[in-house]
Design a protein around this ligand. Sequence first.
Ligand code: GLC
Length: 741
Amino acid sequence: MGILSKKTAFVASILACLIANLEAKAIPKPWLNKNLPEEKRVELLLKEMTLEEKIYQLNQLVKGSDKNENNVNMWYKSQKINPLNGSYLYASQSPEMRNAIQKMAIEQTRLGIPIIFGYDVIHGLKVISPMPLGQGASFNLDLVEQASATAAKESQRMGLDWTFAPMVDIAFDPRWGRIAEGYGEDPYITSRFGEATVYGLQGRNPLKDLPRPDKIGACLKHFVAYGASEGGRDYNFTAVTRNDLFNFYLPPFKAGVDAGAVTLMSAFNDLSGVPTSANYFTETEILRNQWGFDGFIVSDWGSVVQLINQGYAKNRSQAAKLALEAGTDMDMVDKVYIENLEKLVQNNELDVKVIDESVKRILRIKFRLGLFDNPYVKIYPKEERYYAKEDLAIARKLAEESFVLLENNNNTLPLKAKNIKTIALIGPAADDAVTMLGPWRGHAEPNKTPTLKDALEKQFADNIKIIYQKGCDYKKRNLNLDTEKLAEADVTIVCIGENGKPSSENNSRSGIYLEGDQNKLIQEVKKHSKKVVSLLFTARPLELETIKKNSDALMVTWYPGSEGANAIINVLFGKVAPSGKLTATFPRYVGQVPIHYNRRNCARTGGQGNYRDASTKPLYSFGTGKSYTTFKYSNLKLSNNEVSKGEKITATVTVTNTGNIDAKEAVIWYITDPYATITRPRKEVKFFEKKLVKAQESITYSFEIDPIKSFGYYDDNGKLILDKGEIILQVGNQKAKIMCK
Ligand code: GLC
């Protein structure tokens, strides 16, 4: 373009902005009246909108750049901003840039509709909490709510209005890398933690709290049954019966909707023949018509255009039509809506009313988030924005309570610092900040994250010698260990597992063995060490028989987050007793998968139906987790042995700390329905509560039973059924029968 024409173009663009500006100012905007009801504001705005303006509200593009490997190569600096866009997946750390883009939307478009900025804040933005699978193991809902509130506060300060969390996918298959991002295999536990996360992100009263400058919108994902991916292979087909859909996969989403979550994200999976991103039955019949959800659904990354790969749409235009008509309101990054919807309407292949419905849902949530009233975020001084001390303390407490102690032979733990002169610190995770943080780590800064080596050297600098050797990598076969150095150590701490990358999206594995030479490493360490404490950094169940055999103590530390190293030291040295329990079964070997505690009964008893070549029992069952003390359960009592629909009964149990260390205990209550109109899981969690039990003290835990909630189950149409008959209640080693009349 010649100089003159460049200048002309520049002047023309300035003129266009000025005209848009003047035009924007000229139009009366009654929807900006805060005193009007939300629905009225939506209607007033919708009726002013052109078809083009409506369609752009359904479009989400990406802006910003970050190197989070889940968003690798997300270099969109060159992407021209279109202020008509409804949303940006905002991968920049600049609140200033976010406000500048928002200013273009408010001042340079005809109606000034604010943009909603979203990003993956899965377990923290700068202050990182444990991976959700570890959060679930904490059985501490209050800490998870607090940690989510930290994430919301830091996100808003970075310029975000919305996060794509919590992930509430039930998963029975550790080959699927994204088991890391959920809360395990149980619908009740996943429901409670999804709910707690929504409360932390949005507040407990969305209409009042969402507009607050420290709250952001939640997004329940991935709707629905994505965790059932065939063979544990991500993005693949999921064969899900209606029975399993209603009794396993949907309940956590219903809990999140009831908690006020303002959005959901559809998924990649083909749900028994109808992909979830174009599934009218789930996205409209169930979510809207049955549950009354009034927010919006955003697709997953390209999941609309992927309908073509799945053989459900013949081209982009049909993909757009099918997804929108099913109930997927916003199209994430593949532009398939802005490229096709107008023509579909013009050709009478799509009713504009369908578009209107989706636009209304998106506008409604923008009003609810307060974006029309306060479209800009406050700019805090950089040094005040993140890493508040109280937030780091919450992350540390949550990490401490997430660790699951699997083995502790001869009370190897807690370590007594006064008896230790030298620690051998071994393994690929021992000096690795990325693994502390785990995948989907927001905009965390590894250089600000102490590794276990850093923390040990800092805490014991003067009186304990730390001899560190990496020993091997996670995956490469490159064992290199000076075993002589082990002999002088009083204890060897081995840090192994998976690095912060693999347990995440598109990282499915055919096996769940420890990769590289890690098993060899632990065998070598065992031969030359006095005592071996193994720490497992992972967020998926792994095969642990070799580690178990070669460790005196074995603890799962998950990906423990920004304060993980300090949390590990507090637990290893007894400042805090471990209290985590597994919410995902650890198989003995991958051939047992799927193997989960809440599976149905076998037709045969007495060991028939088991493998003839190996054990059928998992290595570590759901609910496993030791403490530094022991607890005795006794005196299970019921306020009544019979209950009818509409009544409630209370069950109580006494828990005694029989040791000499104060410790927390998560008490998990299960029911078994031995006979019903559909076969039921062999047992199901229906309540849990965690409390501190002081040494030698006994306390009472209670469970108020509402038979509909605790004994009911769904039929194939989603109708809640409550049978009359016997229910078995179990807590610890205590059992009782309840007659449901
Ligand atoms: C990814 C993930 C989803 C994430 C989204 C935006 O593909 O499936 O969980 O929120 O894209 O990054």
